[in-house]
Every structure is written in structure tokens, then in C-alpha cells.
Design a protein around this ligand. Structure first.
Ligand SMILES: [Ca+2]
Ligand SMILES: [Ca+2]
Length: 298
């Protein structure tokens, strides 16, 4: 039995979640969640346009760079593992991006969403006719991650990811990337009193498979084994959905942010220590992620 089949067997068991060795311990996930890219909500202030070309002066991590214009850029089409706290292949992704673009002049490709909620430009980066996001995906240093609305033809990105995944390259060799879904952020502690802001508790979950996923029958469990069943929602490859704890109307338009609600009256996730485990409709673990903080904050 190869290491891979052992791992697959472990992941396929219901108890498999407990076996995953590299569970992620989040500091306060809201402090600066680099993969959290909400669309800019303020429409009153004019959005400052970004440059067509610029020199890369700093590489923060695999998918976040700074330009000589002072703009910070969150790459389109890719999400790389975090550096703080360090996730598997976070350093490799950062080094790869730095090797390709640090100190170089790059061309920026913008979509209809120009800046995210942190004021960062949302842009693709071209260097020597190479798309940086695509190169990261080919190396297995990142997964396809669409920030809507985005009408780009993703066929090439999906194929590159599938090839990296089949070859078990980079992060596809690690336990948290064996399922079709991947939890990219876990906001167990809602802003303010969680009882007054149940939907402030949410997870962002990405479809890291090459095909659309229909969520009906999928489930999520907390650390105590309580389970909630997902409603019907189709998530295209590379898209994310937000999974809120409270009551709300599911958002099924994939050209906007997909969202589903567990319709709970009370908060679900413990602010100090919890674990979210996602199961597919056959009970196989897709991903598990821990939330843990030293000191609980309100
Ligand atoms: Ca909570
Ligand atoms: Ca709170």
C-alpha cells in the first residue's frame, strides 16, 4: 500500500478527520486573512485605478505582492498557502513568486472587481508572457481561486490544476488537499457577540476539484461531532462559497459570492477551540480545519 492509498484510506474513514496531522491552528482569522478578499463595499468613494505595468518591490506571500506605485496586489485566480501561521508550501509559494517577479516589471490584468475590502488591487500578473497565477498552479504551489465576478475562461487553469493534482505536486501531496473541497478560512469568532451575529461565524470553502460540485448531502461537523447538512448549491471549479451559521437565503449566483446558511438560531463554532470537518454525501472526509486561539476574545 502506497503512502497515497494509506492517506486516502485514512481520509475516507469517518474518524479520518482525527488522523489529519497538519491541522491548521488559526490565530485570530480576522486579523489579516490574506485569502479573504471581500469585494470593496463602499461605493461612495471613487476606486483608485491601478497601473497597467509596474515594478514589483516586495513579495509578501505567494499571492500577495507590492508594486512601486505603493499598491498591494492580491493575485487573481490563485490562492497560495499562508505564511502566518505557516501552512505547507507557504514558503515555497512565496519563494517561487519572488523568483519570478521580484524587482521585475510586470503587466497587470484587471477584471471587473478592481480592489478588495482591504484596498488591495485584484489583478493577474504577467511576466515574460507567463501568467504568474497559472505558473503557481502548475507547480502545485497554489489552487485555483476565483474572486467573483470573473468571466475569465478558466479551462487552462482547471487543466493545469488537475495535472498538478494527478502528479501529487506540491500541496496536492499534503493531507488537506486530498478532498474536493478545501476550507480556506474559518471565522469561528464572529465580530462582536456571536449570539447577536450568528452569521458572522462562517467558513470560506473552495471547490478544488476539476468539476462543479453539487452540495446536497454534504455535511459539516463540529469538534463534538454535531452535524449539519448542506443545502442544494452548485459550486463551479475554483469558486468558493461562504458557509454561514445562522439564518439567511442561500446565494446561488456564481458570478457573485456564493453563500449558504445552516439556519442555526445560535452560534455553532467555539471561539477558543473547534474543528470543522466536511463530509461528502458518502461520508468521506473532504477537509478538516482547526480553530484555536490562546486567549479568547469577544
Ligand atoms: Ca463562535
Ligand atoms: Ca465574537
Amino acid at each position: 500500500m502506497t503512502a497515497y492509498t494509506l492517506l486516502a484510506a485514512r481520509l475516507s474513514r469517518t474518524a479520518g478527520a482525527l488522523c489529519i496531522g497538519t491541522l491548521f491552528f488559526a490565530a485570530d482569522a480576522r486579523a489579516d486573512d490574506p485569502d479573504e478578499a471581500p469585494p470593496a463595499t463602499s461605493t461612495s468613494a471613487p476606486v483608485k485605478p491601478g497601473p497597467a505595468t509596474a515594478i514589483v518591490t516586495n513579495v509578501y506571500d505567494g499571492d500577495t505582492i507590492t508594486l512601486d506605485t505603493g499598491d498591494r496586489v492580491r493575485l487573481r485566480w490563485v490562492n497560495t498557502p499562508e505564511l502566518k501561521p505557516l501552512e505547507d508550501y507557504g514558503q515555497e509559494a512565496r519563494d517561487y513568486t519572488a523568483a519570478l517577479v521580484q524587482g521585475k516589471t510586470v503587466t497587470l490584468i484587471y477584471g471587473s472587481a478592481l480592489r478588495d475590502g482591504y484596498g488591495r488591487l485584484i489583478a493577474g500578473v504577467m511576466i515574460d508572457d507567463k501568467n504568474l497565477s497559472l505558473e503557481l498552479i502548475k507547480q502545485g504551489y497554489g489552487h485555483l481561486f476565483v474572486i467573483p465576478p470573473d468571466s475569465t475562461d478558466l479551462t487552462g487553469f482547471v487543466a493545469a490544476q488537475d495535472a498538478a493534482r494527478t502528479a501529487r505536486r506540491g500541496l496536492w501531496s499534503t493531507p488537506r488537499y486530498q478532498g474536493a473541497l478545501h476550507i480556506t478560512s474559518f471565522h469561528a469568532n464572529a465580530d462582536g457577540d456571536d449570539r447577536e451575529n450568528v452569521n458572522g461565524e462562517y467558513l470560506r470553502i473552495c471547490n478544488v476539484s476539476p468539476d462543479p460540485i453539487e452540495l446536497s448531502g454534504y455535511q459539516i461537523a463540529d469538534i463534538s461531532g454535531n452535524r449539519w447538512t448542506f443545502p442544494t448549491l452548485t459550486v463551479p471549479a475554483g469558486h468558493t462559497f461562504k458557509l454561514h451559521s445562522g439564518k439567511g437565503t442561500n446565494a446561488a449566483d456564481w458570478q457573485a459570492q456564493l453563500a449558504v446558511y445552516l439556519q442555526n438560531a445560535d452560534p455553532i463554532w467555539n471561539n477558543k477551540l473547534d474543528r470543522a470537518t466536511i463530509y461528502d454525501r458518502y461520508g468521506r472526509v473532504q477537509d478538516a480545519r482547526d480553530h484555536s486561539v490562546e486567549k479568547e476574545t469577544p
